[in-house]
Design a protein around this ligand. Structure first.
Ligand SMILES: CC(C)(COP(=O)(O)OP(=O)(O)OC[C@H]1O[C@@H](n2cnc3c(N)ncnc32)[C@H](O)[C@@H]1OP(=O)(O)O)[C@@H](O)C(=O)NCCC(=O)NCCS
Length: 306
């Protein structure tokens, strides 16, 4: 289905939110306690929260079927000049039959437009850094940046996507007025840079992964280009660009081999907190389709808002 056949609507009514509850059960199957209920969605949207739904088809009498939604609410962050308002985007979900058709992007773009109108300049959210599709959407397509790694952010989650492994998360920042974000959301979006571009610019993969005989990627040694025990060095002493490899299909690994999934989780824990502490930001993501597919985060030292 092409993007133009979906309709986006701002959701405000109880009947809309019952459909959002239903869609949550499909996207995050397995545990009723993880579903955000209608009464909370209503309270939130009556007080600055935003919930946008994507529908298939529909006519004047029939709304069509809800196949995607994004939901977030106003929140506070602290700066040296005092507390400031931001938008915390709590959930983005697309029905499994409608993924990779650009709906996630459309919903986030609509959220970006509405938050700008509220006069807010920052949107944050968290996601599992091992999910390549989410990384591609959040970092490469939307232009969010990240230098925050949370260990076991939600504690134990019981839904089918999250059960069984620690809930480590990236917290990303989406600076809604930045050139980076505006360029990526514009109709003439920038051409995405691929691995060859970054390697030609001197970027180094610090954790090239291996392949097991069954085809699953396995983490291997990590080569930090600095001594991790040292105090931070002067900025010019750091390589400007680093690449960090993750599996292209972590959910498949979780299904087939829980121990390997945990190994990947612990591998990421050894990398990202160290790089963030040394001043790196995640600024781009590379997804190479193929057999095997490859997925790599790009981290930059220094300027991250362009
Ligand atoms: C994350 C999610 C919302 C994305 O929705 P979506 O409609 O598929 O997103 P889009 O189609 O706009 O963007 C996905 C991009 O990833 C690409 N992609 C698909 N598989 C990929 C993979 N394994 N690795 C990297 N990119 C991948 C798609 O091709 C698309 O990019 P393109 O437009 O350049 O081709 C959806 O997958 C989902 O609901 N997941 C489960 C719930 C979840 O994780 N929610 C987010 C955290 S709350």
């Amino acid at each position: 289905m092409s993007q133009s056949t979906y309709q986006l609507r701002i959701l405000t009514e109880a009947e809309d939110f019952l459909a959002v509850e239903e869609l949550q059960r499909i996207v995050w199957p397995g545990n009723e306690t993880e579903v955000i209920p209608t009464h909370l969605l209503i309270s939130a949207v009556k007080h600055g929260g935003i919930c946008i739904g994507a529908y298939t088809g529909g006519s004047t009498d029939d709304k069509g079927q809800l196949v995607g939604f994004v939901f977030g609410l106003p929140a506070i962050y602290h700066t040296p000049d005092g507390p400031r308002l931001m938008h915390y985007s709590h959930m983005l979900g697309v029905h499994p039959d409608h993924r990779s058709e650009g709906l996630g992007f459309l919903l986030k773009r609509a959220q970006w437009q509405m938050v700008r109108k509220q006069g807010i300049d920052r949107i944050t959210w968290t996601y599992d850094p091992l999910l390549s599709r989410n990384a591609h959407l959040n970092i490469a397509k939307l232009g969010a940046v990240c230098n925050t790694y949370h260990l076991d952010y939600y504690g134990v989650l019981r839904d089918g996507l999250n059960a069984g492994t620690p809930t480590d998360r990236f917290e990303v920042d989406w600076w809604v007025h930045s050139q980076r974000v505006n360029r990526r959301l514009s109709r003439q979006a920038r051409q995405q840079l691929d691995l060859a571009h970054y390697l030609a610019a001197g970027a180094e993969i610090i954790n090239p992964s291996g392949l097991r005989s069954d085809g699953l990627p396995v983490p291997r040694a990590i080569h930090f280009p600095f001594d991790v025990l040292d105090q931070p060095m002067p900025a010019e002493a750091y390589p400007g660009l680093l690449l960090v490899e993750i599996p292209s299909d972590y959910l498949q690994i979780k299904q087939l081999d829980r121990d390997l999934a945990l190994e990947w989780r612990l591998h990421c824990r050894q990398i990202f907190p160290v790089l963030f502490q040394q001043g790196y930001f995640v600024t781009d993501f590379i997804y190479l389709k193929g057999h095997p597919a490859r997925s790599l985060y790009v981290l930059s030292h220094g300027e991250h808002t362009l």
